[in-house]
Design a protein around this ligand. Structure first.
Ligand SMILES: [Cu+2]
Length: 309
């Protein structure tokens, strides 16, 4: 960062903690300087014309307007700079975020589900395989809809509010929502993504600094939106292992509801009668509540991950 970067500090951008973040910072920084320049230029022009064409000097309107081509050139220059910013920097940077994902084996993969008003996390545990999830299994005590009859779910780790990851290791988040549209925003990591019910949307970043960083919900999602916060803790390997062990032990002591057990008042397991399947979704109804995803496949339904607090 050069000394011009003080603008980023001035507008309250927290210090960057991710690998790609400096590129975002450069765009933000340049855009603000550019807009500052435009503001000063247009303001000066405005004041100039107020004086230059004041009524006492020009009692009669001139209907021909500007004769020199200078304004055309200036406007073209502004359009050109904006096009370069967008096509040369912003779109390629965005494309890398959404197209160039690291391999799962080189990353920490986490299912994240937002709900009013907290963040739930689900990690695969030592076997590296996520237990099956199904939206029909979602309850208050199982916000991720994890199928605890699936052997792969036995060592799964769930957490709420706080997620630990490793420094210098990419993190892939598979994001969804249990209720309304939320936004998983990590200001220090310079990344944010909407969490949309019914969709699983991946996002990724690579933390390069250890520490505790805030997660905020970036969409106004209800009355408790202001309190929908969490934290990402970037650890060194030893601390990370300690946290995993702690969470694994806690997960064991938690009593999980039988998959088919539903709290009174909630609809029975399986698709709600009369529901139209989403485009590309399973064509047949699934009245038995049996898994409709093969092991290893991503669950089709978004479910919130939650942790037992
Ligand atoms: Cu929210």
């Amino acid at each position: 960062m050069n000394s011009l970067a003080f603008l980023n500090e001035l507008i309250g951008l927290p210090p960057n903690a991710s690998e790609h973040g400096y590129q975002i910072d450069h765009i933000i920084e340049f855009s603000h300087w550019f807009m500052g320049g435009l503001f000063v230029g247009w303001s000066a022009f405005f004041i100039y014309v107020l004086l230059r064409f004041r009524r006492s000097k020009h009692p009669v309107a001139d209907h021909e307007g500007v004769k020199s081509g200078i304004s055309t050139h200036l406007e073209f220059a502004v359009v050109l700079i904006e096009a370069v910013l967008l096509i040369g920097f912003a779109i390629p940077l965005w494309a890398k975020r959404v197209n160039s994902f690291p391999e799962d084996k080189d990353a920490i993969v986490v299912h994240v589900v937002g709900q009013q008003f907290n963040w739930n996390f689900h990690m695969p545990g030592p076997d590296g395989v996520f237990g099956r999830r199904d939206v029909s299994l979602v309850t208050n005590s199982n916000p991720m809809g994890i199928d605890y009859s699936d052997p792969a779910s036995k060592d799964d780790i769930t957490a709420g509010g706080e997620l630990h990851v490793l420094k210098d290791r990419p993190v892939i988040i598979e994001l969804s929502s249990k209720d309304v549209i939320h936004n998983f925003a990590l200001p220090h990591m310079r990344i944010a993504q909407d969490a949309i019910p019914g969709q699983i949307i991946p996002m990724w970043f690579k933390p390069i600094k250890t520490g505790t960083f805030e997660i905020v919900c970036g969409q106004l999602c209800g009355l408790g939106h202001y309190s929908m916060k969490g934290s990402v803790v970037v650890d060194e390997p030893a601390e990370y292992q300690t946290w995993l062990k702690e969470r694994a032990e806690l997960s064991k002591t938690e009593t999980v509801p039988a998959p088919t057990e539903r709290p009174p008042g909630e609809p029975p397991v399986g698709p709600t009668p009369g529901t139209v399947p989403p485009p590309g979704g399973p064509k047949t109804a699934n009245p038995s509540g049996e898994p409709d995803a093969k092991p290893g496949e991503a669950p089709k339904a978004p479910s919130p991950a939650a942790t037992p607090h």
